[in-house]
Write a protein that binds this ligand. Structure first.
Ligand SMILES: [Fe+2]
Length: 285
């Protein structure tokens, strides 16, 4: 049986079947996956247990991988680890631990790495251990949000530039960086409206790291960003994924937002391995 692509909502997300990611994906199937990624924004695969090496090999076909910042327990590797399991001891990390506090930022709607000078093309998240209840991930499409705006509103957004800042999003949850950590992620600027180079369709680069609109009074810009975020994340626009071990999801950080949902971190283990593909061809401002 060949590769199958089953759309999951009217505007974004699809389930992909008929491939074995660990066993290697041939060029024809990879081209189909890549086309589906540009078209659907979020691709969901089931029953794809992967080793770290297999995940890296598959991820690198999309482009160069990011390295995790040094403050992370996986610092310097291609993995951003979403987990309550201590990487050294294998035991559960205390709720009050700074690593768990940092992960609370994932409960805010965001796209990964929009706070970086070179933003991300996509993230690939592999479910290695999942809790029996909770820990779902929710997704929305900022392409659908843009396309739902009246043409005159779309035109108003075309030339705007947004400043994205990791310190801004973490401040929202009361997390503070050391001066040394803060110096590693200075604010960056990106066009608010992103244009997919393959499909020509537009999306919005918003979410938790989006701090303000360049050249506007801060509060006015924040009000616009909040309005756009509220529109994009209306309950009926959300696709919610309940994870099973072996699931793998690829999401487009140019056209989708996601957020984590809670689980009992003191009782259940969760280990998700994320690789993040950077987008050196992203438009500059
Ligand atoms: Fe994320």
């Amino acid at each position: 049986m060949g590769i199958t692509i089953e759309p999951l909502t009217e505007s974004f997300a699809a389930r992909i079947g008929g491939v074995d990611l660990a066993g290697g994906v041939d060029d024809t199937d990879f081209a189909a996956i890549r086309r589906a990624f540009e078209e659907h924004g979020i691709l969901i695969f089931h029953d794809q247990p992967l080793t770290d090496e297999e995940q890296i090999a598959f991820s690198e076909r999309f482009g160069p991988l990011e390295r995790t910042i040094s403050a992370s327990p996986t610092g310097g590797t291609p993995f951003a680890r979403q987990s309550n399991i201590d990487i050294q001891s294998g035991g559960i990390i205390d709720k009050q631990d700074r690593r768990m506090e940092y992960q609370r930022g994932n409960y805010l709607w965001h796209a990964d790495s929009t706070f970086k000078e070179t933003p991300s093309l996509c993230s690939i998240l592999s479910a290695r251990e999942v809790p029996p209840v909770g820990g779902a991930t929710e997704f929305v499409s900022t392409r659908a949000a843009h396309e739902g705006l009246p043409p005159e509103r779309q035109a108003e957004l075309d030339d705007l530039v947004v400043e994205h800042d990791l310190l801004h999003s973490r401040r929202e949850i009361g997390f503070h960086f050391t001066a040394e950590e803060a110096a590693q992620t200075p604010p960056v600027r990106h066009p608010l409206v992103q244009i997919n180079p393959v499909t020509g369709r537009k999306s919005l680069m918003i979410g938790a790291h989006a701090s303000h609109i360049v050249g506007w009074p801060v509060e006015t810009g924040r009000a616009l960003l909040t309005e756009l975020l509220d529109r994009a994340t209306q309950p009926e626009a959300v696709y919610r994924h309940e994870w099973r071990t072996g699931d793998l999801i690829i999401w487009d950080n140019r056209s989708a937002l996601h957020r984590a949902t809670p689980y009992d971190t003191s009782k259940h283990r969760r280990l998700m391995q994320r690789t993040t593909i950077s987008n050196p061809n992203a438009p500059r401002v």
